[in-house]
Ligand binder design. Structure first.
Ligand code: SF4
Length: 361
């Protein structure tokens, strides 16, 4: 792992960034993002002095953008209050975005503080090892598992114990088919001994996924595309996107978009043809993006509206855009036509991605 030094103590800043990026995200996805992030913000001080937009741009495509905003706030607070990340669990818990898991992971791995860090993988291992029934997500069971994890903590290598539990869960103690025959703790595992690995923890029932529609306007002017910085909090909060409106049902999408644009831009807008449809899987819902080509004859200047900008194609890479929004721009016609040059049509990737998506936001 690029955040684990071949020798010597780990760098708390690197441990923290990796732990935050790994939340809800697969290891192989995280590694290239982590490398780029560290190249751009190599130290806590470099991160603390960054603009939010730069940090969100570095997170662009990784999803769960609240993580990026919290990283920036926590870096500024830690630098102002402690001159760096504090080597204390209570002080870490005061920083934005730090819950018991992140504080425990940074404290134990980076500072060698004997504190537990129970993520979903470690919770599954602990449940099976000690034969604790019930859903690992309940607060009561989480407290019980943390207490059990504490009994395993080795005071001189707490970070190694925490990481071992997490990696055992990620590699062998899998949710559906644990590889007990290869497990180094099988002899001590209550669920294995009693043939209960299929019921501890109980299989999760999948909630029915409801769709959420997003009607978006593709407005071009002089080779630039109108983007809107969505207010926080909420879906894609703080990120740039095509202006649009969220809908709980599909009916009347075009009219609702026209109304929203009038209220939002203070001018009447012609909503034309639908030029792209994409479906992206969010954690609990399927997001259906419908992009309409729009014209806004009276749009004037955007002074006094820092949440709106006409962005040139080469600016798009520098802005914090969710992956879903990049795909919507690609699929609806790619980058805008630059006067005097050949038109850039939908990219091959954009065409392939029309229809069912399947990744996170
Ligand atoms: Fe998990 Fe099986 Fe190992 Fe028990 S023996 S900890 S169930 S992999």
């Amino acid at each position: 792992m690029p955040w684990r030094p071949p020798s010597g103590p780990p760098d708390p800043y690197r441990v923290w960034i990796s732990e935050v990026m790994l939340q809800q995200t697969r290891l192989e996805t995280v590694i290239p993002y982590y490398r780029r992030f560290l190249a751009r913000f190599p130290t806590l001080a470099a991160l603390a002095s960054a603009r939010e937009e730069e940090v969100l741009a570095a997170f662009s495509g990784l999803g769960y953008y609240a993580r990026g905003r919290n990283l920036l706030r926590a870096a500024r607070s830690a630098l102002a209050a402690h001159g760096g990340l504090p080597a204390s669990v209570p002080a870490l818990l005061e920083l934005p975005g730090f819950g018991p898991y992140t504080a425990g992971a940074v404290a134990s791995i980076a500072f060698g503080i004997p504190e537990v860090a129970v993520d979903g993988n470690a919770a599954r291992v602990l449940s099976r090892l000690f034969g604790v029934p019930g859903d690992s997500g309940s607060p009561r069971k989480r407290r019980e598992l943390s207490a059990l994890a504490r009994t395993l903590l080795c005071r001189d290598r707490p970070g190694d114990v925490n990481q071992s539990l997490m990696e055992l869960g990620a590699t062998l103690c899998l949710p559906r088919a644990p590889r007990c025959e290869r497990c180094p703790v099988a002899r001590d595992c209550a669920a294995f001994r009693h043939g209960r690995t299929g019921s501890i923890p109980p299989p999760r029932r999948r909630a029915r996924r409801r769709p959420l529609w997003l009607a978006l306007a593709r407005l071009e002017r002089g080779g630039r595309l109108l983007l809107w910085r969505r207010p926080e909090p909420g879906l894609f909060g703080g990120l740039w996107q095509l202006p649009g409106v969220e809908l709980e049902c599909e009916e009347g999408a075009r009219a609702r978009l026209r109304e929203a644009l009038r209220a939002f831009l203070g001018a009447s807008c012609r909503v034309g043809d639908e030029v792209a449809t994409l479906v992206r899987a969010l954690t609990h819902r399927d997001l259906v993006l419908r992009v309409y080509r729009c014209e806004l004859p009276e749009v004037g200047r955007l002074e006094g509206r820092p949440d709106l900008r006409f962005a040139a194609p080469d600016e798009l890479g520098e802005l914090g855009l969710a992956t879903a929004m990049r795909r919507a721009i690609e699929a609806s016609g790619g980058v805008p036509k630059v006067p005097g040059r050949a038109r850039a049509g939908p990219t091959a990737a954009g065409r392939r991605r029309r229809g069912k998506g399947g990744e996170g936001p």
